[in-house]
Ligand binder design. Sequence first.
Ligand SMILES: Cc1ncc(C[n+]2csc(CCOP(=O)(O)OP(=O)(O)O)c2C)c(N)n1
Length: 559
Amino acid sequence: MKTGAKILIESLLHEGVDAIFGYPGGTVLPIYDELYDSSLRHILVRHEQAAVHAADGYARASGRVGVCLATSGPGACNLVTGIATAYMDSVPVVAITGQVPTTLLGNDAFQESDITGITLPITKHSYLVNNAGELGKIVHEAFYIAGTGRMGPVLIDIPKDVQTDVVADPETVPEKVSIRGYQPTVRGHPKQIEKAVSMISGASRPVIYAGGGVIASGGDAELMRFAETMMIPVTTTLMGLGAIPAHHPLNLGMLGMHGTQSANYAVTECDLLIAVGARFDDRVTGKLESFAPNAQVIHIDIDPAEIGKNKAVDLPIVGDVRQVLKEINLKLTEKRVQSPWNDRLAEWKSQSIQPPAVDTGLLTPQYIVRTLSDLLTDSGIIVTEVGQNQMWAAQHYSFTRPRQWITSGGLGTMGYGFPAAIGASIACPDKTVVDIAGDGSFQMNIQELATVVQYNIPVKIMILNNQYLGMVRQWQELFYDRRYSYTELPSVDFVGIAKAYGVPGICVTDPADVKDALRQSLTCDGPFLLDFRIEREENVMPMVPAGAAINEMILGDKR
Ligand SMILES: Cc1ncc(C[n+]2csc(CCOP(=O)(O)OP(=O)(O)O)c2C)c(N)n1
């Protein structure tokens, strides 16, 4: 005889869950009561939005499914932004919500909201559980759906009476899940693989465009083998950073709106574009007609709905990226050598502007990120907020491996970074987790300072503080005649706030102090906050204006 709540906790343990992030309330009291004696680790956040971002950060850092828990109504609604964030970036998260008792469902009961309805377009699947006996099976299915195929968030909404119902004979949970209508294609079609190999062998100016799917599928080693065998240069999306080491000679850097000159020129001039686990996002393509205008396109993706969505494709290959690349690699018999195309790209790379990296006497964000990169090498996990801070981190940190880079790419959620860093740190306690933040974004989930203190989670917070909503200010400067409408943020004493919560910190205003401050933060055992007062009107360059072709970059001043 077991209650629904007990079945839930046992099922989570059965799935191998070691930590969940949550916030209690009336409709999840039976679950919290079960948690009280359970071996499952629960992290009490200070806002439900942080719970789902933390579960998301946990998933991205570890490759496992992240789990969060919230009460009905306001608690569940506070998960919405985080669920959408995970959905847009294909992150496996199981979100569990309490619901009013089944007898009150649909009555506008106290703290009732139709959360399965609200999240319908931003979940991969959702369940409203009406029978405690099914909970074990549902949890098993939810983890399977979240973590297979194109990954994504799954919601389980559990009415309070279902949590307290006592079940004599729960449904048996089959080890292997079989769901009608859900059979992700893993292997590539052999004919398509063959065709791809012949297109690749025949191309003289090929480019690989690698996205988050490479990281999600664990396909980086196959990608490297493929690129190195055929000497094909690789550009990555924001989500694909880390798929190829930063200093690899074939790495062209990131492409798109804030991409490198060499990547954007290479895509514009290539004759074969091999898109791997990428989705032709508008931040990448700019003006679609001018994106890879002379190229044949091969698109490899696990989700058939992505293929041809934005860009016409000559050869679609539906399948798991790692598996498909493996199949292609097995068929590649010749090894290509350096070609004039490689020489041309190497030249573009050497001519690319190098934004201010050295100590120019000014406190620039580029210098701070590069110094951090040198100090941490590949032992760190970098999580960011959204805005200029995110782009400076993407451009100037040297990523060497997958899952070293965690950022909200698709939704672009300010306030994501700090709680996601908490999740990453819980998932990977042996890694140094740094949240690179803007002063605006950090204030969106600043209350989580209390969480890192309560559990001594050693997240390092690095605020690139320009006292502006910097990325919006940059657009206002460039496209609205410097009319800074409501983007100025008055100075905040972040070190004082951190101290009030119990987190040590330093405010840095002089470039000469950057290294020492970073060292102090990184060697400290617990959480630490650095408030870097950077050049207020520094811009992220290069930049492709919205709607322009990606080779029409603004390069900025060459300081
Ligand atoms: C929740 C949310 N609201 C608004 C935006 C729009 N937005 C994108 S970047 C940005 C400015 C971010 O400012 P800050 O966090 O200070 O970082 P900076 O760009 O200065 O590095 C804003 C408001 C957003 N992405 N997310």
